[in-house]
Design a protein around this ligand. Structure first.
Ligand code: GLU
Length: 457
């Protein structure tokens, strides 16, 4: 057999691997601060934390502790490609804070993954779990790769090797990964198996978002979108909007965007525009998301190759930028960070913005949305249904139980409505907007735990 040749992907820059000291300086480099003139997700996360700390009058040392992740790991992930060449990818796992419970957060596979981005996402997970009031801290992971270019076998090897590299910092009571962008139940099954092989026995509680036949929870796949729908119901009461016939625009047709489209369509909303990474479609008469999904599945049966049918019957083709400016009742950014910015916020024309994605709105744009009287359901509340059902899955695994979908969704509804009400009450108490209120609530809960525990040693 020919020995594998050792080369790196052309688009990969290999980074040093190892554990970054928790004391390393996480204030941003000039480079990280602006990407093509845009604010980075980490800068956004830090600004949000600063604002909440100011309102809460937090001790500056508490704020300093919360600004930095407790641990950041960069790993090198070599895998053999189908052509026998070895490519070396870069993986990350950032553990922001675990004062309220084990670290929790997804793993994403994407060409734009960076340490800074994963750090921001880990910080948002801490706040998300605190807003949802579930006993977890915040973490995030990622591998910088283009998953659409990898075969199933390559994805499996990548996942298993990445898991091996972070094995000593994850665990059911330490850090529990889950799916995120371009990872799914199958990815979680590989992580669970790799971890379990090292342990010598099956450990389903090491990950959430697994396939149901391996201990996954009923309803986990649609949980983020289901939680979002519960939040939209609550918001609709406040803005006096009838959901039946309400017009909805959704950016992103992945797990969350697609399920949100489906659930809202079932509620009688009219989906007037949808998009994916390549662009979108608009039809003022309404689009049936199930038909679009079925079409997509038929046209692109291979994994990850799916794209929206841009020439779909009766629809006009639009860009992702145009989509965000369509007049509608509910706008749902369900794709990436930094989509609603100072550049386009003036043209956003919705009654409610429900942030299914993490960090889709910059702080400046968020202020302007509030000034325009738009009701924001902020990301750390709006998309917390995913991690909430992850928590249910973890409990089921630990107790070796299996709940029905009805049980899962009824518990999810209680949890989401309570989180929405807690944020709304904070908004009233502090006479502020929903995002600042969610941050005040989350940071306040984490800071209170920090104060009670004190500093070791
Ligand atoms: N990746 C999802 C998120 O950003 C889910 C995390 C989890 O379930 O742990 O919320």
């Amino acid at each position: 057999m020919k020995p594998p040749s050792l080369s790196t992907c052309s688009h990969e820059r290999i980074q040093p691997f190892g554990i970054r000291s928790p004391n390393s300086d996480f204030t941003l480099s000039q480079n990280a601060k602006t990407q093509n003139g845009n604010i980075t997700p980490l800068e956004v996360a830090i600004q949000q934390l600063d604002l909440a700390s100011e309102v809460l009058d937090l001790d500056s040392t508490v704020c300093e502790i919360l600004k930095k992740p407790k641990r950041s790991v960069i790993v090198s992930v070599p895998i053999k490609r189908e052509n026998d060449v070895i490519n070396v990818f870069t993986g990350f796992r950032v553990q922001h804070n675990d004062i309220r419970g084990p670290y929790k957060g997804g793993i994403r596979y994407h060409p734009d993954v960076t340490l800074e981005e994963v750090t921001a996402l880990a910080m948002w997970m801490t706040w998300k779990c605190a807003v949802a009031d579930i006993p977890y801290g915040g973490a995030k992971g990622g591998v910088k790769c283009d998953p659409t270019e990898l075969s199933i076998g390559e994805l499996e090897r990548l996942t298993r090797r990445y898991t091996t590299e972070i094995l000593n910092i994850i665990g059911p009571y330490q850090d529990v990964p889950a799916p995120d962008l371009y990872t799914d139940a199958q990815t979680m099954a590989w992580i669970m198996d790799t971890y379990s092989q090292f342990k010598g026995y099956m450990v389903p509680e090491i990950v959430t978002g697994k396939p149901v036949n391996l201990g996954g929870s009923e309803g986990r796949e649609g949980a983020t979108a289901r939680g979002l729908t519960y939040c939209i119901h609550e918001a609709a009461k406040h803005v006096r909007m009838r959901l039946k016939g309400a017009t909805v625009v959704i950016q992103g047709f992945g797990k969350v965007g697609w399920n949100a489209a489906r659930f809202l369509h079932e509620e009688g909303c009219k989906i007037i525009a949808l998009s994916d990474v390549k662009g979108g479609i608009q039809n003022q008469k309404g689009i049936d998301p199930i038909e679009v999904y079925e079409y997509q599945k038929r046209a692109y049966p291979s994994h990850y190759k799916g794209t929206l049918p841009l020439e779909y019957d009766g629809c006009t083709r639009i860009t992702n930028e145009e989509l965000l400016e369509i007049k509608c009742d509910i706008l749902i950014p369900a794709a990436m960070e930094n989509q609603i910015t100072e550049k386009n916020v003036a043209n956003v024309n919705a009654q409610v913005v429900a942030e299914a994605a993490n960090g889709p709105t910059t702080p400046e744009a968020s202020k302007i949305l509030v000034e325009k009287g738009i009701f924001i359901i902020p990301d750390i509340l709006a998309n917390s249904g995913g991690v909430t059902v992850s928590y249910f899955e973890w409990i089921q695994n630990i107790h070796r139980e299996h709940w029905t979908r009805e049980q899962v969704y009824s518990k999810l509804r209680c949890q989401m409505v309570k989180a929405f009400k807690d944020v709304f009450a904070t908004k009233k108490d502090y006479e502020t907007d929903m995002r600042t209120a969610a941050m005040i609530l989350a940071v306040g809960r984490v800071a209170a735990a920090l104060r009670t525990l004190g500093l070791w040693p």
